[in-house]
Design a protein around this ligand. Structure first.
Ligand code: ADP
Ligand code: GLC
Length: 486
């Protein structure tokens, strides 16, 4: 199949969170299965062109692209994903992407990503390539279905193209004042947008995409159900209920070539289900790195890696971590950056419990692997979680996840049951400090039982969330759409 996937993040070129991982993985595994998949993203100035061996696409330079009354001149570059096989095209538009960061709060933020969507069509035209599927991701590229129905509908190249829009996180919708419609080149197609919103002076990128995409996906079956309720729908549940026949939840996979304790170059001691001994050694390395006394390594080590943002459940930790840290002998290592209130919380926690808590404030790829490998327990108490990747890495690394039963966390982690010895983590239901405390205490009191703990580790390590498996769901979806063309 011919698939054009457009995304604001594609790892390793630009990755803020899981969107970067998933866009790259779709590119890699669809290619592996023989599809003609081409990826499109912005050429942010943070991308090192020499390091990634990017080259200008000769036949796609100096292209004039009008967005309303403003002319942008764009140039395309090309490169390959780390697999060396999948083509990635980069849109160079210095006026928009030379900002030193991927996302901004600049007033032209909607134009930065609307242009990316329009540019994908321009590129296809230059290549004379006719995708059967345009795959958009999150609000940034949610206008693709609208561009297909408006500015590019005249082109026979796109006559049978269908659109898929994946919601990676409904919490980010791209809400802007309605007047920006003039800067998107779509003012004569205002009827494509939600008229109620326009009347009230608003324009919502994600909502617009949900109205027009042929199929909508999200990144776990549970989240697909949740976002159709007012509690999780962030105002878009009504549209999603209307479109429920076209909405499907496909769980994200994991790239086990990158996340596998048997051959992870970022961890000093490889280990596997058959031989777990390396895990304890990695724990000691991690403890030493954090400046703790590793001799006493029988204490459980709790880890966190992630963006420090509201929906990840840190409010609950603010209410119960102090008590847990006072009552139990443990270590707690956190790696992340994000909102100041959470960064300050972890800084203060480290000051109050210097021999128990270490906070790495930043982004560190190698350390994220070492934490997955060295920790015993991984904490992810999200208020909502579309899929979540870290808890799936944790399962593979024998690091028992403590999670809330929501979205992808509910679909990947199973509560440990003493009687049947089934399960691989500690799952709580209600979003409350008591809920989290219950799950943490369940984990901490189970940990000393070596036999039970080993069982939990092995149960998790044996689970298979590989992309090889998950990619079939996307293939089925694309095929069903392409079938409609015949
Ligand atoms: P989200 O996309 O909501 O941030 P996911 O769990 O889907 O959550 O994906 C997060 C990805 O970003 C994972 O690959 C995780 O390892 C990575 N990540 C997040 N924060 C950091 C950090 N501070 N350092 C290294 N990697 C990080
Ligand atoms: C989003 C979600 C996360 C998901 C990721 C990749 O950032 O917050 O849960 O795993 O996208 O789909």
């Amino acid at each position: 199949m011919r698939i054009c996937l457009v995304s604001a993040e594609i790892a390793p070129f630009a990755k803020i969170g899981g969107l970067g991982d998933v866009s790259a993985a779709l590119g890699k595994y669809l290619k592996e299965n023989g599809h003609d998949i081409r990826l499109v993203m912005p050429l942010y100035d943070t991308i090192d062109r020499a390091k990634y061996d990017l080259a200008p696409v000769k036949f796609a330079q100096n292209i004039s692209l009008w967005m309303g009354k403003h002319e942008y001149v764009i140039h395309f570059w090309s490169g390959r994903l780390s697999n060396g096989k999948t083509d990635v095209y980069f849109v160079q538009c210095d006026e928009l992407y030379k900002r030193g960061e991927v996302y901004t709060s600049d007033p032209d933020e909607p134009v930065r990503f609307a242009l990316l969507s329009a540019a994908a069509f321009e590129l296809c035209q230059k290549m004379g390539w006719s995708p059967q599927i345009f795959h958009a991701n999150d609000w940034h590229t949610a206008l693709i279905p609208l561009y297909l129905k408006s500015l590019y509908s005249w082109d026979r190249l796109f006559k049978s193209a269908k659109t898929v829009l994946t919601i990676h996180n409904i919490g980010y919708q791209g809400n802007f004042p309605a007047r920006i419609i003039n800067d998107l080149g779509l003012n004569s197609f205002y009827q494509l947008f939600d008229s109620y919103d326009l009347f009230h002076g608003r324009l919502n990128f994600l909502k617009s995409g949900l109205l027009h995409a042929d199929k909508i996906t999200t990144v776990s079956p549970t989240y697909a159900r949740e976002i159709q309720t007012p509690e999780y729908g962030e105002g878009l549940d009504g549209i999603l209920r209307k479109r429920s026949h076209d909405l499907v939840g496909i769980l994200n996979g994991v790239d086990y070539e990158e996340w596998n304790p048997e051959k992870d170059p970022n961890i000093p001691y490889p280990y596997s289900v058959k031989n777990l001994s390396g895990k304890k050694k990695n724990k000691q390395v991690l403890l030493q790195k954090a400046g703790f006394n590793a001799a006493d390594s029988d204490r459980p080590l709790l880890g966190i890696v992630g963006r420090l943002v509201e929906h990840k459940g840190f409010d609950l930790m603010m209410d119960c971590m102090e008590e847990i840290l006072t009552s139990y002998e443990l270590w707690f290592i956190i790696l992340g950056s994000g909102e100041a209130r959470y960064e300050n919380f972890f800084k203060e926690l480290q000051q109050r419990f210097p021999d128990k808590v270490a906070f790495y404030n930043g982004y560190d790829y190698a350390l994220s692997h070492l934490i997955e490998a060295g920790a015993d327990i991984f904490v992810m108490p999200s208020r909502y979680e579309p899929c979540g990747l870290n808890q799936i890495y944790s399962l593979k690394y024998g690091t028992a996840p403590v999670v809330r039963k929501t979205g992808g966390l509910a679909d990947t982690v199973t509560l440990y049951d003493w009687k049947t010895q089934t399960g691989d983590g500690f799952v709580f239901e209600h979003y409350s400090p008591e809920g989290l405390k219950w799950a943490l205490e369940y984990a901490l009191t189970t940990y000393p039982n070596k036999k039970a703990w080993k069982k939990i580790m092995i149960n998790g390590m044996k689970k298979d969330f590989s992309w090889q498996k998950q990619i079939r769901e996307y293939e089925k979806l694309y095929a069903s759409l392409a079938g409609e063309n015949k």
